[in-house]
Design a protein. Structure first.
Length: 414
């Protein structure tokens, strides 16, 4: 029998795979994360990251809470849970929120995997591509990412050291018809400033008068070491039905727990729960139960007071060293709490261009330009964010000495 050999067939050239979504191509990564990767060497005095001081974590108390949970209720701790969050944790969070002047029940809250997830859920629940979002000027960088990935048009509200200007906010709301205003009113990231009580009331009135959601992010509010606590915007009667309050254990307990929460009106909270079901089903059960156990067995408020005292000493060390470190004519904020300080160098300085030379001196900061919505102006290019909590006072002094030495060298100018 004759066997016919098949004709040789040239292998087909594979077709290219479909492209990535346009939103992932247009939104860059976090410059802060990029800087942290470059400055991970232990000899670098790193003022760049928003990292709580690890030596101040109550590791013993947290470990004990996990031990109790995994010993007494392992089946529950390691099992799936409801999307809204463990009832025992939501009850504890509601009690803490109510004690701070905002009556809250457990069902008003949704537990999230860090408050960063809350921003993503809100963006999914509220925003259509092309919707307008208003933010502070400058603004928390990861919020700009979350809104940008949702396809939002992000506009900055002009302001000053007291926060967004209510008149400018009202004009923007009337002209641009935004869906929401995002704000960190207490110890803002990146500037460290605190919105005054009068501004908070005025912002609430603008939202009520013109129709606007307010997303009030409060990860730092408990870390106060000077001044008096101010009420949340969410506590103002005019804004109660339109304000989402975000909270987190990242800065007061430990960021590795990835535990946050949002307090929102019922319809929006349900929409966020549906978005969370599609994202991760629920926040890890064991972490929720351990946090609830910690709140039951330990005095978190006393722990936070100890942390805030230490952070106040570190802020003072940074304030003491800045005059010698920064060029003449520089200005900076004096935060009453939180983790960050904002510096503005003379206009001739470009902090992005300067950073590589500064890192060669084993010190780092975050340039200010990425914190601005849109294309940053010349003034933005001369700014920097400095985190004062991760280093000891002695290391802060040494880091500022290195920074001053680096800034005195010839370097690219904007």
């Amino acid at each position: 029998m004759t066997v016919t050999q098949p004709a040789s067939v040239s292998p087909a050239v594979p077709a290219p795979v479909p492209p990535l979504a346009a939103r992932t191509r247009s939104i860059g990564g976090s410059p802060v994360r990029d800087i942290l990767a470059v400055t991970a060497r232990p000899e670098v005095v790193n003022f760049a990251g928003g990292l709580p001081a690890p030596e101040l974590f109550d590791a013993e108390g947290i470990a004990a809470a996990y031990q109790v949970v995994l010993t007494q209720t392992p089946g529950r701790a390691l099992q799936y849970a409801t999307t809204e969050g463990e009832p025992v944790l939501r009850a504890a969070l509601a009690e803490r929120t109510s004690a701070r002047g905002l009556p809250t029940g457990p069902d008003d809250l949704l537990v999230t995997t860090g408050s960063q997830q809350a921003l993503s859920l809100l963006a999914t629940a509220l925003l259509e591509p092309g919707d307008t979002v208003l933010v502070e000027d400058p603004c928390y960088l990861a919020a700009l990412q979350a809104f940008g990935l949702a396809g939002a048009r992000v506009l900055a509200v002009p302001g000053d050291e007291h926060g967004p200007d209510p008149e400018a906010l009202a004009e923007l709301v009337v002209r641009e018809r935004p869906k929401l205003l995002y704000t960190v009113p207490t110890f803002q990231n990146p500037t460290g400033r605190t919105m005054s009580a009068g501004r908070r009331a005025a912002v609430a009135e603008v939202a009520a008068r013109h129709g606007l959601w307010i997303v009030e992010d409060d990860p730092y509010g408990e870390l106060r070491f000077a001044g008096e606590r101010l009420p949340w915007i969410a506590a103002h009667e005019a804004a109660r039905d339109r304000t989402v309050l975000l909270g987190s254990f990242s800065k007061v307990m430990a960021p590795g727990l990835r535990l946050g929460w949002l307090r929102a009106p019922a319809a929006l909270r349900r929409a966020c729960a549906v978005a969370k079901q599609a994202a991760d089903l629920h926040t890890p059960t064991v972490n929720q139960l351990a946090a609830a156990r910690y709140l039951a067995d330990r005095d978190l408020d006393a722990h936070v007071r100890r942390v805030a005292r230490a952070y106040g000493e570190r802020r003072d060390a940074m304030l003491a060293g800045l005059p010698a470190a920064l060029p003449a004519g520089s200005r900076w904020t004096r935060p009453e709490g939180g983790m960050f300080l904002w510096a503005r160098l003379p206009a001739a300085y470009d902090t992005t261009a300067l950073l590589p030379g500064v890192v060669r001196h084993d010190v780092a900061y975050v340039p200010g330009a990425p914190f601005y919505a849109g294309t940053p102006g010349q003034e933005a290019r001369s700014t920097m964010r400095l985190c004062f909590v991760t280093q000891s006072p002695d290391m802060i002094a040494e880091g500022l000495r290195r920074l001053g030495e680096a800034l005195r060298e010839p370097a690219p100018r904007g």
